[in-house]
Ligand binder design. Structure first.
Ligand code: PBG
Length: 328
């Protein structure tokens, strides 16, 4: 028998690059950014290298990302408690923090793809993604609020609105409202398969957006479920979603792969705050090589089937990929 030797395809860098099955480039990445209404940046302790940024700092960060080939940002506003209420009223204010940020960003960087998050939590005094009444989430009464929020974001210039709230029917409600307002070209990136995950902890510190009571298990998915994910995919497709997201990323590679196989739409994965924090914490202890583990994580998300990756490491990854290309 002829001995079969898979190592022949690994013997040199040249051969390895020819047989490389999955590519990773900065054009696949989306950088999430946090904005607030204060004059200076405030670092987020559990997400080293990330800060809540003032408007000018955010524009600088977006410019830096764009300069290294990252073409898209996802914006998250951190509001003061005083401007939050039960109805998330601030989320539809055209002069609110987020619309002002979007307008300034599009003026400064017209080619940048600006993605805005649609959910009530940063604006809600209850810290939930939907409307709370008598301690319960009221799904259908949340929909007009989410739809109005999406329209306000589109009016400010958002290219893609990204409902992350997991209310039933919100993609359809948002699509109808966008179309009625004439925003036919504004796409919807649905956080279609979003799990009730403990890996969002650092993000909730960043926005101070943790639920004031209870948890998000009545709307975010049970980490045990994957058939249910495929049901969400079918619904969001039928309601008019343009991209489908799976979130978190690495612990859910099997889900990404199943979603990839079930849809012809682009699939996004969110390498979430806790995944990023783990890498940073281990690297700070000298236990992991951040650069290598970051690229390996993102490549794995691509291999599982993600076309688009949201990651706090987008700029780091873009720089590392450029160095690699130069042979560094
Ligand atoms: C909120 C939202 C969350 C994230 C993005 N949008 C947190 C949550 O659902 O509580 C998490 C992102 C991250 O952890 O990086 N609608």
């Amino acid at each position: 028998m002829i001995p079969l030797r898979p190592r022949r395809n690994r013997v040199s860098a040249g051969i390895r690059s020819l047989v490389h099955e999955t590519d990773l480039g900065p054009e696949r990445l989306v950088l999430p950014l946090f904005v607030h209404d204060l004059p200076t940046a405030v670092p987020i302790a559990s997400m080293p290298g990330c800060s809540r940024l003032p408007l000018d700092g955010l524009i600088e960060a977006a410019r830096e990302a764009h300069g290294v080939g990252v073409r898209a940002v996802a914006l998250f506003p951190a509001l003061a408690d005083a401007s939050k209420d039960h109805l998330a009223t601030a989320s539809t204010d055209p002069e609110g923090l987020l619309p002002r940020t979007v307008r300034a960003l599009k003026r400064a960087l017209p080619d940048l793809v600006v993605i805005t998050d649609v959910a009530m939590d940063p604006y809600s005094s209850d810290g939930h993604d939907g409307l709370v009444r008598d301690g319960r989430i009221v799904n259908d009464d949340s929909l007009p609020i989410l739809a109005a929020m999406a329209v306000a974001q589109a009016r400010a210039g958002a290219d893609v609105v990204a409902p992350s709230d997991m209310m039933d029917g919100r993609v359809g409600a948002i699509r109808a409202a966008l179309d009625a307002a004439g925003f036919h070209d504004v796409a919807i990136c649905s956080y279609c398969v979003k799990y009730a995950s403990a890996f969002y902890g650092p993000f909730r510190d960043a926005l101070d957006s943790a639920p004031r009571s209870g948890d998000k298990k009545t709307y975010q998915m049970d980490p045990a479920n994957v058939r249910e994910a495929l049901r969400e995919v079918a619904l969001d497709e039928s309601e008019g979603a343009d991209w489908l997201m799976v979130k978190p990323g690495l612990p859910y590679l099997d889900v990404i792969s199943r979603v990839r196989a079930a849809t012809a739409l682009p699939v996004a994965a969110y390498h979430v705050s806790g995944e990023f924090a783990m890498l940073k914490a281990a690297a700070a202890n000298g236990w992991l090589d951040y650069d290598k583990c970051l690229l390996e994580s993102l490549l794995s998300l691509r291999r599982a089937g993600a076309d688009i990756i949201f990651t706090y490491g987008a700029v780091d990854a873009a720089r590392l990929l450029a160095e690699r290309k130069r042979g560094g």
